[in-house]
Ligand binder design. Structure first.
Ligand code: ADP
Length: 232
């Protein structure tokens, strides 16, 4: 079953730049997909359209049966509850502990304390950080901070995890640790993962599905892809 369908999507920004041209994609539930391409090829724009940070100027983006561009502003939470997002720069709240960062969204949803505790500890276990619950973000390495951000993104067990250059600030060794964590989440929880990246080594090692964008055009969508030259 497809979790995501992108149909004839164009995205033209207000300054006249077209970031995505006539894009069509179908992404199955449970997939692990890399989105690759040079800087400015449209990777972030595609990710942003999936969580309704941007709306397409033409066509449709369907996520979990929701027509993303047509959701009323008041109802965007319905989409956002189905997905988690991880950014290059972690975006943790500096004055909250690891536990509090991961628990924050669930507390805002008004969940019971014992249910929050279970979910937070499970998410932190899944990213290998159960021993750091009381630390603050500035007491952690970059790789650890990113793992907290991943725990926060998966704590409510979303169907979809969107990652925009999650290893962009990390050295190759830490990057591989992040990829192991993401691969486990995909396998064990069945979470669909879409990850925009520049990182050739990672894409080549992981042998996942690869969407290649170039200047806003889809070049190809391969099943067990590598970082092909068409991405440059
Ligand atoms: P990538 O993530 O592959 O680097 P982006 O999706 O960020 O690519 O950008 C694709 C194109 O859209 C680029 O030409 C970029 O300058 C342009 N762009 C991105 N965001 C905006 C924006 N908010 N307003 C105008 N142009 C934008």
């Amino acid at each position: 079953m497809d979790l995501i369908r992108v149909k004839n999507v164009e995205k033209k920004y207000k300054n006249g730049v077209t970031a995505i041209y006539d894009l069509n994609l179908a992404i199955e539930k449970g997939s692990f997909v890399f989105v690759i391409g040079g800087s400015g090829s449209g990777k972030s724009t595609l990710i942003k359209m999936l969580y309704r940070e941007e709306k397409p100027t033409k066509g449709q983006v369907i996520v979990g049966g929701l027509d993303v561009a047509r959701i009323k502003d008041k109802k965007v939470y319905k989409l956002r509850r189905q997905l988690g997002i991880v950014f290059q720069d972690y975006r943790l709240l500096p004055k909250l502990t690891v536990y509090e960062n991961v628990a924050f969204a669930l507390e805002c949803l008004g969940e019971r304390k014992d249910s929050i505790r279970k979910k937070v500890l499970k998410a932190l276990e899944d990213v290998g950080l159960k021993n750091k619950v009381h630390n603050y973000p500035d007491q952690l390495s970059g790789g650890e901070q990113q793992r907290v951000a991943i725990a926060r993104a998966i704590v409510n067990n979303p169907k979809l995890l969107l990652c925009d250059e999650p290893t962009g600030n990390l050295d190759p060794e830490k990057s591989l640790e992040i990829m192991k964590v993401l691969e486990d989440i995909n396998k064990v929880r069945g979470t669909t993962i879409i990850m925009a990246t520049h990182d050739k080594d990672i894409v080549n090692k992981m042998k996942k599905q690869v969407i290649t964008l170039k200047d806003g055009h889809l070049v190809n969508f391969k099943q067990k892809g590598t970082y092909n030259n068409e991405a440059n």
